[in-house]
Design a protein around this ligand. Structure first.
Ligand code: NAD
Length: 377
């Protein structure tokens, strides 16, 4: 098949690499220029944040701090950030945080330069004319947003989770420092890690998959499955944290050039409606979607089972698929991820609406097996 691959992001990976942030920035911006740092209240409270801020002050950058990021970030907060960006004449936006901070930063960088509201971009009503440079320091190992061209923002008034997608949203620089992820609590480590695995699976198997997305995705699966348990059990296990950050990066490179698929469509519907953490929302749907897809594509899923070491080459394809489904269920249970029925806010009366929302998601078309609204329900 024909395929193309585009990646403008410079990637820097290493223990302690964030300590060189000011050196990296000095190649792009002059002292005295104004930088906007975007983070969330949880990250702000960790010990990692203050030294980074001090480093920017020491390098004589003007810093505009925006820390009002919420999980499942909202359009109205991005608008306030964009207003601050224009007021302070900001040259670039630096995100320190998980997917929520990175996606907020991307959207602020867009709205601050090109105006409008997030929905207009998600619905194709406005062009992505100009976006300020974006620098990302991920502090969770999950979304891969540091290398993707998308930002997921919730329209607060309608609870609709929207995806803004354009090459201009891809960060200029991504600094991945495993030390920044050591303070992530076990439940967030588990949920974000499952999100990364779903990116790897969907990037490697969706209808738009390419040899590159399969290579990145499969390597990511091999890193994530054994390492996530260890990172959840012991946050200070630096080998596990390193493998997880590498895995989430590779997963981001996989789906970031292709697409996500049905698990994400359901998860975004759930997250928009009930504010469910994104990784948990993905995890609750993963086994059922794998089951649905494997019925139609057993050979592909037998391969996934072997790549993730849930089955061996000695197993028949049928047995390998069964082992994949059992293995994934046991793996998420061991990680302490709740089931759909355990999520207190979810109501059966909403299932039709959830199925509608998932079906309207543009990534539905990318699922390897065609999905109908009824299948979702
Ligand atoms: P998150 O950014 O919402 O963070 C979850 C929690 O972890 C927050 O409370 C935060 O304060 C805390 N936290 C983050 N880093 C920490 C650290 N080092 N120490 C202690 N606490 C820390 O979670 P996330 O899963 O990284 O991001 C989820 C968002 O990303 C969702 O909105 C999802 O839709 C979006 N997403 C975007 C993309 C993309 O390509 N743009 C891909 C997947 C998901």
């Amino acid at each position: 098949m024909d395929f193309s691959y585009r990646m403008q992001t410079q990637i820097e990976f290493g223990d302690g690499r964030a300590a060189k942030l000011a050196d990296d920035l000095s190649l792009l911006f002059k002292p005295g220029e104004s930088l906007m740092v975007v983070t969330d209240p949880g990250v702000l409270q960790t010990g990692m944040f203050e030294p980074l801020l001090q480093m920017l002050h020491k390098a004589r950058y003007q810093v505009a701090l925006f820390s009002d990021v919420k999980p499942n970030p909202r359009d109205e907060d991005c608008l306030r950030g964009a207003a601050l960006m224009r007021e302070q004449n900001v040259s670039a936006v630096v995100a320190v945080g998980g997917g929520s901070a990175m996606d907020t930063a991307k959207t602020i960088a867009l709205l601050g330069r090109s105006g409008g509201v997030p929905r207009e971009y998600a619905d194709g009503e406005r062009l992505y004319e100009e976006v300020a440079p974006i620098i990302c320091l991920p502090t969770t190992a999950g979304t891969g947003s540091e290398v993707t061209r998308s930002a997921v923002i919730t329209e607060h008034a309608t609870h609709r989770k929207m995806t803004l997608k354009h090459e201009r949203l891809r960060p200029t620089l991504a600094i991945l420092d495993p030390l920044l992820t050591r303070s992530v609590p076990p439940s967030v480590t588990a949920a974000t890690g499952v999100d990364a695995l779903v990116h790897a699976i969907e990037g490697a198997t969706c209808r738009l998959s390419t040899p590159l997305s399969r290579a990145f995705g499969e390597q990511a699966m091999q890193l994530i499955v054994p390492s996530l348990r260890r990172a959840v059990a012991c946050g200070e296990d630096l080998d596990a944290r390193r493998a997880m950050l590498e895995g989430s990066l590779l997963a981001g490179l996989s789906f970031g050039s292709t697409d996500v698929a049905a698990v994400h469509c359901l998860a975004e519907a759930l997250g928009g409606l009930y504010d469910t953490p994104h990784g948990v929302a993905n995890a609750v749907f993963l086994p059922s979607v794998l089951h649905f897809n494997a019925e139609a594509y057993p050979v592909l899923h037998a391969r996934l089972a072997r790549v993730m070491n849930f089955a061996s080459t000695a197993d028949s394809d049928q047995l390998a698929v069964a082992k994949l489904l059992d293995g994934i269920r046991a793996w998420t249970a061991e990680l302490g991820i709740p089931k759909l029925r355990d999520l207190a806010s979810v109501r059966v009366e909403d299932f039709e609406h959830l199925a509608d929302l998932a079906f309207q998601n543009g990534s539905t078309k990318s699922n390897v097996r065609p999905v109908t609204r009824e299948d979702y329900q």
